[in-house]
Ligand binder design. Structure first.
Ligand code: SF4
Ligand code: SF4
Length: 269
């Protein structure tokens, strides 16, 4: 195992501005250089988008950082294999961050970092250069249960997430929604994503603002009904995480939450 290079690659990642970096791996066949990318801007409840969607698409931004780390590895080990991973939806990123000692699991199933709370994107570079792994933290969330109680879909139970009842997952589904799904989105009040299990969490009360400019500049908080062509939509919003499902999903969700707002005012649709 290469202790010296571990120090070197961690320092390099920090020079890029990534505040939390650690190593996961089996110490024999692979290593993961795991990075946390904080995204909290200090602004909450600004519109109808989830906090993570205010800034530019994290897949692109985090991917750019990880590619630099992969290049750095190959500069030192020209034959090294490297692959970058950003949110492939398989939970591997959270597990890697936990194993690398970058945070602990909350009952909301998210990784919570001591400084930036759960408002972090996770990405990692996997390589066959063997680096000594870090140790997981021996702390856990305080278990207050606020996330479970506040969840608009009742999707959280005993530290497990039922994706089918999660507003964030539902808001990204294509096609027609069931009555139950529609009700969950209405309750969440957002047309893309859901922040509830994060904003109620005491571990996020003092979450620091991101030091990464890419996530704190050029923010979009809200969308209104989109009448532009698909091509124009992509040209306007192609650099945003909410664009990947296309404008029809956005318009469908907007209709759902707008009906909700109108109903609350007592007006007939
Ligand atoms: S994102 Fe929203 S709907 Fe999904 S588990 Fe958290 S609170 Fe529940
Ligand atoms: S809201 Fe409470 S139970 Fe849920 S993750 Fe945060 S500390 Fe844990």
């Amino acid at each position: 195992m290469n202790k010296t290079f571990k120090t070197s690659v961690l320092e390099y990642a920090k020079t890029l501005g990534i505040p939390f970096v650690g190593i996961a791996g089996d110490g024999a066949t692979y290593s993961k250089i795991v990075c946390l990318f904080p995204y909290y801007t200090g602004k909450k409840n600004m519109g109808n988008l989830s906090l993570y969607a205010y800034g530019k698409d994290y897949h692109t931004i985090c991917g750019e950082y990880l590619l630099k780390i992969a290049d750095y590895i190959r500069e030192h080990f020209p034959l090294a294999k490297t692959a970058i991973h950003v949110d492939k939806g398989d939970g591997n990123d959270k597990e890697a961050a936990f194993l690398a000692g970058l945070g602990f699991y909350g009952k909301n199933t998210l990784i919570i970092n001591e400084t930036y709370g759960s408002f972090v994107f996770i990405g990692y570079v996997e390589t066959d250069v063997i680096l000594p792994p870090d140790a997981p933290l021996s702390v856990s969330c305080i278990g207050c249960g606020k996330c479970e109680k506040a969840c608009p879909g009742g999707a959280l139970k005993n530290g497990k997430l039922d994706e089918a009842k999660c507003a964030s997952y539902i808001s990204q589904k294509k096609g027609a929604l069931s009555e139950e799904e529609t009700a969950i989105i209405r309750k969440s009040g957002l047309l893309w994503g859901c922040d509830t299990c994060q904003t109620v969490c005491p571990h996020n009360e003092a979450a620091k603002i991101t030091p990464l400019k890419a996530f704190s500049e050029d923010l979009i908080f809200s969308l209104s009904h989109l009448t532009v062509s698909n091509k124009a939509f992509l040209s306007l919003y192609g650099d945003r995480a909410f664009s990947w499902r296309g404008k029809s999903v956005i318009n469908r969700n907007l209709e759902v939450i707008s009906l909700h707002e109108t109903n609350r005012d007592g007006h007939t649709i």
